[in-house]
Design a protein around this ligand. Structure first.
Ligand code: ZN
Length: 301
């Protein structure tokens, strides 16, 4: 009997450790380099971007517990997104989502969608942009670029770091990586950098080695922080609660300790700066709300 109880306790502890525990340290001991990014933006006198637009290329659903560790079985609506900064000196596109070949409907939830027009608008905006960047090098952020029908058109605009470029071949279709992507010169994104007036990027490795955040200040003074996949849901920020270890260790090979510190730091930041709009890549309900309240532009222009 004691052995059985011990085994059950052991299994229970394992389930808790792998799936239910999303706790973050009380003291983040981590600071996003916002002051440095703001100083870069402040020091530039160019005209600030007129708008920040959102394109939702595809949608899906996952159990909420994937985003927010715990016994949450209700569906979490996911959006695969791209952002367009409308700059006076050229637009910047952030995020490449997935193309249709990566979006295999048989592996998706019943309510999943893919928008051909949205993917086309993203590609057109990339072609016309000053630069294309990503928050990180995972399939749902870089796949739509790797598998684009016109790689030679996009390649000159790509501004990717070495760790981001290194994953491209693994995301390519069976024919291999497009020739246009084989000789990309890595961009130096290893420290905070101004990309254009009102747009700064800074490295935040953790979710992946090439993860980075973007601070965008539009000409009405509104600031946005694109946080990629540090969290999937704003709920994680509100509760200072992360993803399950099972996902972090097996599927993403995240630096979990670092991501948990970042989640806590985002929580602290959201309390200290309630006017700063946080933009996780995938939280569809939150992004829809921002579009509905005119905080984000709907579709690329
Ligand atoms: Zn993602």
């Amino acid at each position: 009997m004691r052995v059985l109880i011990a085994i059950l306790l052991f299994i229970g502890a394992g389930v808790y450790w792998l799936i239910l525990d999303g706790s973050t340290p009380n003291d983040a001991a981590y600071k996003f380099p916002l002051a440095e990014m703001r100083a870069l933006i402040d020091a530039d006198e160019g005209p600030l971007p007129a708008a920040l637009n959102l394109e939702i290329i595809s949608t899906d659903e996952a159990p909420l517990l994937a985003a927010h560790a715990g016994l949450h079985f209700k569906p979490f609506p996911l959006a695969m997104t791209s952002f367009q900064v409308k700059g006076a000196e050229g637009d910047i596109i952030i995020g490449g989502a997935m193309d249709k070949t990566l979006y295999d409907p048989t592996k998706r939830s019943d309510n999943a969608t893919f928008s051909d027009p949205a993917y086309r608008r993203m590609l057109d905006a990339m072609r016309d942009s000053g630069a294309i960047l990503i928050t990180h090098e995972h399939i749902d952020h870089l796949g739509g670029i790797v598998r684009a029908p016109d790689p030679a058109v996009l390649a000159p605009h790509l501004m990717l770091s070495a760790p981001q470029i290194s994953t491209m071949a693994g995301l390519a279709a069976t024919g291999g990586l497009a020739a246009a992507y084989k000789s990309l010169t890595p961009a130096n994104l290893s420290s905070p950098r101004l990309l254009a007036p009102g747009v700064a990027v800074a490295p935040t490795p953790g979710h992946s080695p090439g993860s980075q955040i973007f601070l965008i200040r539009t000409d009405n003074g509104q600031e946005y922080l694109l946080i990629g996949d540090i969290v999937w849901a704003m709920n994680n920020v509100e509760k200072a609660w992360g993803r399950p270890r099972l996902l972090q260790y097996i599927f993403f090979k995240e630096d979990r300790a670092q991501v948990q510190r970042q989640v806590r730091a985002l929580h602290d930041l959201s309390l200290a700066e309630p006017d700063l709009i946080l933009l996780p890549s995938h939280d569809k309900a939150w992004l829809d709300e921002l579009v509905n309240t005119d905080k984000l532009g709907e579709n690329f222009q």
